[in-house]
Write a protein that binds this ligand. Structure first.
Ligand code: SAH
Length: 362
């Protein structure tokens, strides 16, 4: 076992303090970030603007350790999925979705997920642990490498969404450092609005994110009243709708009224009535929102099914008539199980109850 620090775990600020701690100049941090995230270089030996002594010192005292891709699949629609082994027992999935005007990488923040949303196959896997910052940013590094970014310096991944496995706001500190690396010009340099954190509604952390970062926010709402939402998204019992919607309002106010994305999975006869649509429109009266209707993606063992297309269209019409921009999300990559809610990776230990009590979820 090595307890040498993995430099992938550090954002610029942490890396600067690391260099100061070991008696080096803090600008070394910028140099190292550029090597790793602009050039794709992870061997200290090749970092030629560092002195030989410093390279040797870093080799003795630190590592740049990437997890390994153990499987890769490509969908007929161009979607690609990588299975990444993060330790001897666990792996996570990362998905690249190419579109005409953008390329979106969907990344994981936890191994499994401690939440228990009834329609999500990741939830069925249980929860093992949080990903480190290095394991989160490595997904972006590995996908960029696979897509040729470091060779051609042409940006293929233009957007990042934290919509893979896990609840990003229950791994706040590591996710925040990863966001810093995604948006730092010395690292991946993406605009903040091109990074989206999707959450099922951890209200205090939504407020923290508002103060400490300025990324786009998506809320997995899925229901427009507490009774139904507490049933299908159980975290609602801790943070009910009025609290969550108020947090959304504060978030949009802090971001010049940039809309929050509302995700709403269409479940036949569960949340897809016209009355549900009207109630949803009422929920979204007080702040700018755009709605993504997500056709439910099936997985083995689920008793839910997807609303039919006429129902989805009628639901969408009501929202649009209420003045809310609403799109039905295209299902991508479902032939390789890469669609929303289908990411499972490999999660060794099922410890839902234990973890839940640790994070105070009722
Ligand atoms: N935990 C975070 C990140 C996961 S994002 C969150 O809840 O937002 C994954 C998105 O896909 C969420 O909106 C989730 O609710 C949705 N989803 C989960 N299972 C799904 C399924 N079977 N079909 C369609 N969408 C699903």
């Amino acid at each position: 076992m090595t307890d040498k620090p993995n430099l992938l775990d550090f954002d610029l600020k942490k890396l600067e303090s690391y260099f100061v701690e070991i008696g080096e100049k803090s600008f070394r941090a910028e140099q190292i970030l550029k090597w790793i995230y602009h050039q794709g270089v992870i061997e200290f030996n090749y970092m030629t603007n560092l002195s030989k002594e410093l390279r040797a010192r870093l080799k003795d005292n630190a590592v740049i350790k990437l997890p390994e891709i153990i499987a890769h699949q490509q969908s007929s629609d161009g979607t690609q999925k990588w299975l990444i082994q993060i330790d001897n027992h666990n792996s996570v999935e990362t998905v690249f979705i190419p579109e005409d005007d953008r390329g979106t990488l969907c990344i994981s923040s936890q191994v499994g997920c401690p939440l228990d949303c009834k329609f999500c196959s990741t939830a069925q896997q249980g929860f093992n642990r949080n990903l480190t910052t290095g394991e989160i940013i490595a997904q972006v590094w590995l996908a960029n490498k696979a897509l040729g970014y470091f060779k051609n310096n042409k940006r293929i991944i233009t957007n990042i969404v934290f919509m893979g496995m896990g609840e990003p706001l229950l791994n706040y500190d590591n996710v925040l450092k990863a966001i810093n690396l995604l948006t730092d010009d010395f690292a991946f340099g993406l605009a903040r609005r091109r990074v989206t954190v999707s959450t099922s509604g951890i209200v205090p952390e939504i407020d923290r994110l508002k103060e400490e970062s300025n990324v786009s926010l998506a809320i997995s709402l899925h229901a427009s009243n507490d009774e139904l939402r507490s049933n299908i998204v159980p975290i609602n019992r801790s943070y009910p709708l009025d609290k969550l919607l108020a947090a959304c309002k504060r978030y949009t106010q802090a971001r010049d009224n940039d809309p929050v994305t509302i995700e709403y999975v269409m479940l036949r006869d569960i949340n897809d009535s016209l009355e549900d649509a009207r109630e949803l429109a009422r929920c979204l009266r007080d702040f700018p929102a755009k709605v993504n209707l997500i056709p439910f993606n099936s997985f083995p063992g689920t008793h839910y099914s997807c609303s039919d297309i006429e129902t989805i269209n009628a639901f969408r019409e009501i929202l649009i008539k209420s003045g809310i921009i609403t799109v039905t999300r295209k299902t991508r990559g479902d032939d390789i199980d890469a669609a929303c809610g289908q990411l499972v990776g490999k999660v060794s230990a099922r410890s839902i109850r234990h973890q839940k009590s640790q994070i105070g979820i009722t």
